[in-house]
Structures are given as structure tokens and as C-alpha cells.
Design a binder for this molecule. Structure first.
Ligand code: 1HN
Length: 367
């Protein structure tokens, strides 16, 4: 008579492609999130130099269509992913160049870093890109970029590519020509919908995606200054504003929300953590963010990742100048799926003790 053994049971499970929960429990149902993404920072001097060299060496060709250089989080196994859900990149466009039209189901936003005379055309609406503008790209909308000047343009791309591919939901289609015909008045959607509290009365609401493609820096800055004038601020993020769809009040994309936040001079926020992950771009100023006890010093142009469920607090290092941070976050996904949670750090007046300092490109030093 053959008596069964657990060894034989497990080897039979393996050969039948079955796995028992009781040996996996800790990995399958951790008691709190265990993100693989690492907190990380990329220096602007490195990003710029590498993007500039790419501009000199690598043409934009059909297929790739974009000269975008992705932030590859070292915790995510060599993938071009900044976080498990977010793609973030620096995109470089030479003067007089065209990045051809295409559309995809990946949802996208751009935040303009520098340049003059470059434009994006989204569904026939052409908008010139100025520093600090935020441009959105809802799924399956045609879009191309180009430059009408000799000057290069550089911006940050944020897309939901990792999530889109995880869900096996990616579709992509090249346009039949290089650029779309421009069908609207220049900056048409910004002019028509840019004063968010007023809506053309003869049109229906555009609830799922914002009717406006470009959020101009002048308006963003006005909102920051106005809120700061009131003295209203979050203890965790200081004067933090979410870009919204003016017709719904919701985030600009179903999968990505965008924030602009002003850390007023001398501000040091309290720490908290949230289930969502985020990628930050330092628009102005210098300061530091402590993430899970590691100090990340940043200055204008740097980009950094705050993984999900990581304690973080921000500090403006200047007592005179504001620091301004742009970020993309996957919060809408967490909320839509009822997975959002946040927690305040209550010890030590809300401040973490610093146990390490991040060294760009190298990793962490203990202190
Ligand atoms: C894309 O279409 C853009 O339109 C940027 O600027 C980055 C990364 C992967 C796939 C498509 C853009 C992208 C992208």
C-alpha cells in the first residue's frame, strides 16, 4: 500500500501548476503594503545632459515616435517604470522637429519644463507650450508635438503605461500623416474652458475627461498665490492644489491625478503616508523630502519617487523663496477601486528621525 507524503503532495501540486496558500500567506496577503519600488531621486543635471545627448544622437522615428527617457525605478527589476502604475520620463524635442501623431489607450499628461515655440496638438487643438503648463492627453485622443522655432523643448511625461500593460489593455494606432490638421482656434480649449467656473451654456458637461487640454502656468500660479493669501494649507503638503476637470471636480485622468504644491518659505510639513505612489518634479526652489527616514535633498529640475505607503514630509530649505513641486499620482485608481488609505505620523510632532541620506545615482548612506 502506498502512503501519501506531503513531499509527494507538493511535487504533484507543482507538476499540475497548483500552489497551496498556506505556504504563501505572507506574500499573498501582507498585513500592510510592501512596495517593491524604492524612494529614488534623479538629478536634473544628469537628466538634462542625457536628454541633450539623445537629442544630438537619436532621431525621432516612426514606431517609437517620441524621444522620451523613462525613470527606471531600481526596485522594479529593470523595467521603465517609476512606480508600479506610473511611467515618468523626460522628453526632448529639437528645434523644428516633429513627434508624429498617434493615439493610445494609455492616459497621459505632460508638464512643460522649458522651451519656446514648441506645441502639442491634441484632437486638432494646437497649444503652444510654455514653462509650467500642464497638458493632458485622454485615452484614444490623437496627439502630436512639434517645434516652430529653432529652440529645443523639454518636458516631463506622465503615463499609466505600467498599469495599462498589467491590465493587458494597451491599444496604439499611428496617424495616417505626420501631424494632425489644426481644426480649432489656437489655444482653443484653454480659451473656451480655461476660466473653470464658467461653461458654454449650449454645451453638455464633459464629465469623464476635462474639456480643456492645457492648464496654463499663469492660471496655476494665480491659484497658488490666491490660496496662500488666504493662509489655507495642508499640514502634510502645505499649499497643495489638485488639477481638476472643471466640469466634474474630479481628477484630470481616471488613472492619474496631478498636483502643484507650493511649500512656502521655511515650511517643514508633517509626515504621513498614503497607499498611492507619486512622481515629483521640482519646478522651483530647493529643499528636501524625508521618505521612510531617508533624506532626499532636491533642487530645481530634480525628479523623485515616493512609493506607496512610504512616510514622507517636505521641507523648503529657503526662508525667503517658495519651492514649487509638480507631481503625478495614481490616487484615482486607488479611490476607484476602494483601496485608498492614508495615515498621519503621530510621534515626534509628526517628524521622522533621519536614518540615511540619499546619494544621487549611488543609493543611500547611513547617518
Ligand atoms: C507618448 O505618446 C508620449 O505623446 C510620451 O508625448 C511618452 C511613452 C510611451 C508611449 C507613448 C507623448 C510615451 C508615449
Amino acid at each position: 500500500m502506498i502512503t501519501d507524503t506531503t513531499d509527494r503532495l507538493y511535487s504533484d501540486m507543482q507538476s499540475h501548476h497548483l500552489m497551496p496558500l498556506w505556504t504563501l500567506e505572507k506574500d499573498i496577503l501582507p498585513w500592510s503594503p510592501k512596495p517593491k519600488a524604492l524612494p529614488w531621486l534623479w538629478k536634473w543635471s544628469d537628466l538634462y545632459e542625457i536628454a541633450e545627448r539623445s537629442g544630438a544622437l537619436v532621431p525621432i522615428e516612426r514606431g517609437g515616435d517620441r524621444r522620451a527617457i523613462a525613470l527606471a525605478n531600481p526596485g522594479l527589476g529593470g523595467l521603465p517604470h517609476a512606480t508600479p502604475t506610473l511611467w515618468a520620463a523626460v522628453q526632448w524635442l529639437n528645434g523644428r522637429e516633429v513627434a508624429p501623431a498617434h493615439r493610445h489607450t494609455a492616459q497621459a499628461v505632460r508638464f512643460i519644463i522649458d522651451g519656446q515655440g514648441a506645441f502639442s496638438t491634441v484632437e486638432g487643438d494646437k497649444v503652444y507650450l510654455e514653462r509650467g503648463d500642464m497638458v493632458i492627453n485622454p485615452p484614444w485622443y490623437w496627439h502630436d508635438h512639434g517645434s516652430d522655432s529653432d529652440e529645443r523643448a523639454v518636458w516631463m511625461d506622465g503615463l499609466d503605461i505600467p498599469l495599462n500593460n498589467y491590465l493587458d489593455a494597451s491599444f496604439f494606432e499611428p496617424y495616417k500623416g505626420e501631424t494632425q490638421a489644426v481644426s480649432a482656434v489656437l489655444d482653443g480649449t484653454a480659451l473656451k474652458y480655461g476660466v473653470g467656473q464658467m461653461r458654454p451654456a449650449w454645451e453638455p458637461r464633459s464629465a469623464q475627461y476635462p474639456p480643456i487640454f492645457a492648464y496654463k502656468w499663469a492660471e496655476t500660479e494665480r491659484a497658488l498665490n490666491n490660496v496662500a493669501k488666504v493662509g489655507a494649507a495642508s499640514p502634510f503638503d502645505d499649499v497643495a492644489l489638485e488639477y481638476t476637470n472643471p466640469h466634474s471636480g474630479g481628477p484630470v485622468m481616471d488613472t492619474i491625478t496631478c498636483w502643484i504644491q507650493m511649500l512656502r518659505p521655511g515650511v517643514h510639513t508633517q509626515a504621513h503616508r498614503q497607499v498611492n505612489s507619486a512622481v515629483y518634479y521640482v519646478f522651483e526652489g530647493r529643499g528636501l523630502t524625508v521618505i521612510n527616514g531617508i533624506r532626499f535633498d532636491w533642487e530645481k529640475g530634480d525628479m523623485f519617487v515616493i512609493p506607496g505607503w512610504a512616510w514622507h514630509e517636505h521641507c523648503n530649505a529657503s526662508s525667503e523663496e517658495r519651492a514649487t513641486l509638480f507631481s503625478i499620482q495614481d490616487t484615482p485608481v486607488m479611490r476607484a477601486l476602494n483601496k485608498y488609505r492614508e495615515e498621519a505620523y503621530t510621534e515626534n510632532d509628526g517628524h521622522q528621525s533621519v536614518t540615511g541620506v540619499f546619494r544621487p545615482a549611488a543609493g543611500f548612506d547611513k547617518v
